[in-house]
Unconditional design. Structure first.
Lengths: 556, 301
């Protein structure tokens, strides 16, 4: 294509008409895609299937896509378009005017006008539902105000934090920290996370350690759910860190990580229900060992495989484990699973009301919440152990061999590294932590069945590792909070039933939104939420490196 | 002997369906080197579109001539499913072109979750039964029945495979696809519209998956929003078994997986048929790390 034609095409695309055309195409595509799913619905009726139509839903979907796409086209994607260029040119005159630009101000004015007129608009157009809709408006406004409050608080915190960091951390030539800097200068090749990420780590750690008490103080009404959510997020953090060893450090793509989680859970469940004397603390190391053993078993056949061949075999392995658990009825209970798994004890004491319970021993009043707090601390400690071991291993020869393997297998072999052992240890250690997490899962639930160990679970764990930023320990924490915390929060969207009627159940949209969030975050930040990595070994000076510089490993 | 032949026929039928889905995996893998995890769900979408079209034609419009109905259903399902395939590529994979390897894998898994739950939300979670439409068959020997449905599936697959091979080998689109597969940058320099070629690859894969969806619907008569996952994993296994990136390999792998499954269920146990298929995959890959017909990767230093 010649250059003028390209420019012409771009100009056409950038015009208002171009935007409308594009939005129309998007709406038409929505119509085509949605026709068989939104407009039609097949129902089981007496005497075969029946079709029902929902034209309203179909048309509104197209209208929403049209409006959304048009707004995006006009205001976000192409700000050099005439419609916004107009404002831009006007603004060019006023060189030093601070504050929102004319366009932003316009949007603000329009929104304000709509907001002021809203009650009257609602009473005019939707007289039947005016009560609910105005109520919803009040709710939204309350959240807007809360949000602005949060924003101010956030600004204050950032200001204070940045100031402190500036004073004590960043400017190490200043007298106040120069002292430390000089001391540090001696150790040239100290590896490990930089001071800054260590600081974030410490803050997060303090919050995590104090979390149950924060929850009890701040939200006494919901303490059980919130601590439970904390336990769930921590479990995924631990699984993410375990998988990070295999995928992030050694660069071996594992789509069947849930198999080790299952092995750990079933080992503990079977041991504790078959043998009276085995409790959580005895079974935990055994479950880890068994999972590591299975990690080696999986590792052997896949040693020669590369990339996606490795991925499919690990996926197949995960499915094989699940199918065997499902069908080996005599041993695993099949689809009924195993119930009556004992709860963890504290120095041999149980969390009961009686004389020999923990509450009586500690001399505090009995409450059911104690057990949850205890579980929370168990998983917190397990997760921290995972992290600590990973961080230490990274500095040992085996950890450096993992990273070398990820960067370049051929160079690795030529330097005399035994790639077989390197791969097997990565699989075994990753699997071991999966096994620990699995036995924690079993003791927390008290009941396990193959339902909990589907491919979706592996996919979620892998998504957490990749979305967080492959190989980044802190990224796993953020991604777990965002993804797992996010989908659990979606359970509380009860107010949406006010808009969409009582038949609307937000819970069934949970996974839909989860999937969309996965796609969106990945497209937005392909390198994960945390884009910098701490190098394992440094020469002279410690630097952050971009995630782009770290190889993903081709899984060989 | 009769039992063996019967199982052979059943296995070939099932294998043809797997082969049709596997083509979509192998083509996408060949051209952009990613596992399109959402492909199994595209197959499921195809089955749902086929079901709805079939119901429109028979109950709403009152068509009675079955071959014509099925032909229209086939064409409609292929067209609409292709639109889904195109959109998935455009939304979830194209923005990540040239990004690192795991990013499109994660969006593909995300897309798979989205498609499954979208269908579950809009069409309900319950299974959709369709009474058998094509009945009867020919007896080829004592106790061996070759049903018309099986004939249709095997013949359709053969015809599509032949057409497809011609398309890849003889047309300019096929040449563009092969060029992109070998070296995308060079192909772009030589004037191949790479984005368009990749989009068309997804469209073709989705159309094949739609055919497989229709066949699945007619053969089993029951579909739900979850059928895509297992069929997708099996088809992907088939593609890898045959050597991913190779079209005849995908078909061969599909047939093998179908045969393994059917013979294992027939002679050993139904519960462990998937374990058998997966184990054979693992064993084959130990000895032939790039599949049966795949080209071994050359290690360059």
């Amino acid at each position: 294509m010649a250059a003028p034609a390209v420019a012409q095409a771009q100009a056409a695309q950038n015009s208002f008409a171009g935007s409308v055309k594009d939005a129309l195409i998007a709406a038409a595509l929505t119509g085509v895609l949605g026709f068989f799913f939104l407009a039609l619905r097949t129902e089981i009726a007496p005497g075969g299937l029946d079709l029902s139509t929902r034209w309203g839903l179909w048309f509104s979907a197209m209208a929403i896509v049209f409006a959304g796409r048009l707004l995006l086209n006009l205001f976000v994607f192409h700000t050099n378009r005439p419609i916004t260029g107009l404002f831009a040119r006007r603004q060019g005159g006023k060189t030093a005017v601070a504050g929102p630009n004319l366009f932003g101000r316009l949007v603000g004015v329009v929104l304000l006008a709509v907001a002021v007129a809203l009650p009257f608009l609602i009473t005019t157009f939707f007289p039947g539902q005016q009560r609910q809709l105005i109520d919803l408006g009040i709710l939204i406004m309350t959240y807007v105000m809360l949000g602005w409050g949060l924003w101010f608080t956030a600004m204050a915190i950032v200001f204070a934090g940045r100031l402190l960091l500036n004073l004590f951390v960043f400017r190490s030539d200043r007298p106040i920290t120069g002292l430390f800097a000089r001391r540090q200068g001696g150790k040239t090749a100290a590896a490990g996370p930089s001071l800054f990420s260590r600081l974030i780590g410490i803050v997060l750690l303090v919050i995590a350690a104090a979390l149950p008490f924060l929850i009890i103080t701040l939200f006494p009404g919901q303490q059980r759910q919130l601590i439970d959510l904390g336990i769930l997020i921590m479990t995924y953090v631990m699984l993410g860190w375990g998988l990070n060893i295999v995928v992030g450090l050694a660069g071996l793509l594992d789509l069947g990580y849930v198999a080790f989680y299952a092995v750990g859970a079933y080992s503990f469940a079977l041991l504790s229900t078959q043998f009276e004397f085995i409790g959580f603390w005895t079974a935990l190391p055994l479950a880890g060992l068994l999972a590591a053993f299975w990690g080696v078993i999986l590792g052997f056949p896949v040693l020669r495989l590369r990339g996606d061949y490795l991925a499919i075999v690990t996926l197949a392995f995960g499915e094989i484990v699940r199918i065997v658990l499902l069908n080996w009825y005599e041993f695993t209970g099949g689809p009924n699973g195993i119930s009556g798994i004992p709860k963890p004890t504290f120095l041999g004491m149980e969390f009961t009301r009686g004389e020999d319970g923990v509450a009586a021993f500690l001399g505090i009043e009995y409450s059911t919440i104690h057990r949850f707090i205890y579980l929370y601390y168990i998983i917190l400690i397990l997760a921290l152990v995972t992290n600590l071991v990973t961080m230490r291993l990274r500095r040992l020869p085996v950890g450096r061999a993992w990273e070398a393997l990820r960067e370049d297998e051929i160079a690795c072999r030529s330097l005399g590294i035994n790639t077989t052992n390197t791969k097997l240890t990565a699989f075994a250690i990753g699997a071991m932590f999966g096994g620990f997490a699995g036995s924690f899962f079993a003791t927390r639930q008290g009941f396990i069945s193959p339902e909990s160990f589907t491919f979706l679970e592996s996919a979620i764990i892998l998504a957490i590792v990749v979305l967080g930023g492959l190989g980044s320990q802190i990224g796993v924490v953020f991604a777990s909070i965002v993804m797992i915390g996010g989908i659990e929060m979606l359970r509380n969207l009860g107010f949406l039933t006010q808009i969409f009627g009582p038949g609307f159940d937000p819970v069934q949209y949970r996974m839909l939104i989860f999937g969309l969030a996965m796609v969106f975050i990945m497209v937005w930040k392909p390198r994960g939420l945390v884009t910098t990595r701490d190098p394992s070994a440094v020469l002279k000076e410690r630097k952050k490196i971009g995630g782009d510089l770290v190889a993903q490993g081709e899984g060989h | 002997m009769e039992y063996f032949v019967q199982q052979l026929i059943n296995g070939l039928t099932l294998g043809s369906i797997y082969g049709l889905i596997a083509i979509g995996y192998t083509m996408v893998y060949g051209i952009i080197g990613m596992i399109n995890f959402a492909h199994g769900d595209i197959f499921m979408i195809g089955a749902f579109i086929a079901l709805a079209t079939f119901l429109i034609l028979t109950t709403v419009l009152g068509f009675a001539f079955l071959p014509l109905v099925l032909l229209i259903v086939l064409i409609v399902a292929m067209l609409f499913t292709s639109a889904w395939g195109w959109t998935v590529e455009r939304l979830a994979y194209r923005p990540l072109r040239g990004s690192f390897r795991l990013a499109p894998l994660i969006t593909a898994i995300g897309m798979s979750i989205v498609l499954q739950n979208f269908v579950q939300v809009t069409q309900g979670a319950r299974v959709k039964p369709l009474p058998p439409q094509i009945t009867g068959g020919i007896r080829i020997m004592d106790g061996v029945q070759l049903s018309y449905m099986q004939i249709i599936i095997i013949v359709t697959t053969l015809v599509l495979m032949a057409g497809f091979t011609l398309l890849i080998n003889r047309t300019s689109l096929g040449r563009a696809q092969r060029a992109c597969e070998q070296d995308r940058k060079m192909a772009a320099l030589l004037g191949v519209n790479v984005d368009r070629t990749i989009s068309l690859t997804f469209v073709m894969g989705a159309a094949m998956a739609a055919v497989a969806g229709l066949m699945f619907l007619l053969l089993y008569g029951v579909i739900d929003f979850y059928i895509g996952f297992l069929a997708g994993v099996k088809a992907f296994t088939a593609a890898v078994l045959g050597g991913i990136g190779s079209l005849p390999g995908a078909m061969l792998g599909g047939l093998l997986i179908g045969l393994i499954e059917v013979f294992w269920s027939g002679y050993f146990s139904v519960e462990y048929k998937d374990v058998a298929a997966f184990s054979i995959l693992a064993i084959v890959l130990i000895f032939l790390p790039s599949g049966l017909l795949g080209k071994p990767e050359v290690e360059k230093v």
